[in-house]
Design a protein around this ligand. Structure first.
Ligand code: NAD
Length: 464
């Protein structure tokens, strides 16, 4: 490399890192981004959000064509699955997205450096890649955006074949007869749904007595009922002790029940920050008990000139939270007023129906002793939902009992992930439930359910 001196070096090209690099370049910083994988985009684009959404869309189309088109008066012949073509669709989507980032980097004149980055003293980063001599780069500001990796359980022996992670479950070359999913979080439910729709028996083992910890309880319970109706089997309050390959399949042992034999196991018990082998000790950065890098409100670590964003710092591990932090971090470096409103970060699970939330759950409001009013509206009473034959679920709006300010919105239903955006904008603007209730919503749309739920906060929903 000829030029090794930069204003900003971003380590990691996931949604946090690549977005930070693009914004830095827009702001006039001479920017480099170091990434050890050949493809840009991080876990999200390569093996996470994007491929799983491609499979969720494709498997839903298969399932709908096979089982629910008749009710619309659409007759189809025999519907068969072409799994290789479905996987090809997913790979094509990943390729298009990762290539897109390459193009954006070129356009922004960001120097892309391939290799594993390690921090060194004095604003330096050393980069190693196989077959090449190490390169030392330097910069005024270094942003750590190395993301996270799959969390493991001590006695679960991942072999990438019978027992694997989401990286494996987005690429099974055959539909498993019986897939056991460990963990009822977003990953377990999304990938469990994919393979259930394609014909697998899916058993979800969850340690807690509920699915989707952290989400509003009423919404999670309704989502669980919908998913169970589709065929996902839930065993809650079940702690997995061990899992290993056995014969042609796998065996899973849990507390208080007979071992389960199955042909695939998906471990989806959370993610841990990628903060090892980064040279943090050489610059005096200490991680917390969960391997995360502590930062201040400007994303500055304890080491001068070194910042951290996304899954490596405390907070929810979501691509869009990392993006906001990346942008805020470089804007602050440019003397602007970058800011992230952590009360308005949406959380979406892309099952069918989708599950989406923003702000406080009812449980959180009760724990915090905040008086609230609640309005909810079922999709069953929404004309568009009926036309779509997607009447499962509801919208729930929680507003401050005294000021009417919206404190949380929770949705389970078709396209909940898109519908939640309106609630997020409302919360960004400090809206009251009356603001949404008095806003004209196009008819007939699913979004009218949010308006009706907002009207319901004051007991004046029209269609229920
Ligand atoms: P998660 O932390 O959301 O859920 C893991 C679940 O595993 C928890 O419910 C936990 O109680 C359970 N568990 C832990 N140990 C267990 C054991 N021994 N036996 C049985 N159950 C056990 O984790 P995830 O689903 O792996 O997701 C990881 C991260 O990625 C999360 O932060 C998530 O928000 C994010 N993610 C988000 C999306 C999305 O936004 N759609 C999609 C995928 C992942």
């Amino acid at each position: 490399m000829e030029d090794t001196s930069f204003d900003i070096i971003v380590i990691g090209a996931g949604p946090g890192g690549y977005v930070a690099a693009i914004r830095a370049a827009q702001l006039g910083f001479k920017t480099a981004c170091v990434e050890k994988e050949d493809l840009l985009g991080g876990t999200c684009l390569r093996v996470g959000c994007i491929p799983s959404k491609a499979l969720l869309e494709a498997s839903e189309k298969y399932h709908e064509t096979k089982s629910s088109l008749a009710r619309f008066g659409v007759k189809v012949g025999e519907v068969t699955l072409d799994l290789p073509a479905m996987l090809q669709h997913k790979d094509g989507v990943v390729k298009a997205n990762t290539k897109g980032i390459e193009g954006l980097f070129k356009k922004a004149k960001i120097t892309r450096v391939l290799g594993h980055a390690r921090l060194a003293e004095g604003g330096k980063v050393s980069v190693e890649s196989t077959g090449n001599p190490p390169v030392t780069l330097s910069a005024k500001h270094i942003i750590i955006a190395t993301g996270s990796k799959v969390a493991m359980l001590p006695d679960v022996k991942v072999d990438g074949k019978a027992v694997g992670t989401s990286n494996d479950a987005i690429a099974y070359t055959e539909v498993p007869k019986h897939l056991v999913v460990i963990g009822a979080g977003a990953i377990g439910l999304e990938l469990g749904s994919v393979w259930c729709r394609l014909g697998a028996k899916v058993t979800v083992l969850e340690y807690l007595n509920r699915i989707l910890p952290g989400m509003d309880m009423e919404i999670s319970t309704q989502a669980q009922l919908s998913l169970a109706k589709q065929g996902l089997e839930f065993k809650l309050g079940t702690r997995v002790k061990s899992a290993r390959a056995d014969g042609n399949g796998a065996i899973v042992e849990c507390d208080g029940m007979d071992p389960i034999r199955c042909d695939k196991v998906l471990v989806a018990v959370g993610r841990v920050p990628n903060t090892e082998n980064l040279g943090l000790e050489s610059v005096g950065i200490k991680t917390d008990g969960r391997g995360r890098i502590p930062v201040d409100e400007k994303y500055a670590t304890t080491a001068p000139g070194i910042y951290a964003i996304g899954d490596v710092i405390p907070g929810v591990m979501l691509a869009h939270k990392a993006e906001e932090e990346g942008i805020a971090c470089v804007e602050i470096l440019a003397g602007k007023h970058g800011h992230v409103n952590y009360n308005a970060i949406p959380n979406v699970v892309y099952t069918h129906p989708e599950i989406a939330s923003v702000g406080k759950s009812e449980e959180e409001l009760k724990n915090d002793g905040i008086a609230y009013k609640k309005g909810s509206f079922p999709f069953l009473a929404n004309g568009r939902a009926r036309a779509l034959a997607q009447t499962e679920g509801k919208v729930k709006v929680l507003a401050d009992a005294h000021t009417d300010r919206i404190l949380g919105v929770h949705i389970v239903g078709a396209r909940a992930g898109d519908l939640i955006a309106e609630a997020v904008v409302a919360m960004e603007f400090g809206a009251s439930s009356e603001d949404i209730a008095r806003t004209s919503h196009a008819h007939p749309t699913l979004a009218e359910a949010l308006k009706e739920a907002a009207l319901g906060v004051d007991g004046r929903s029209i269609h229920i």
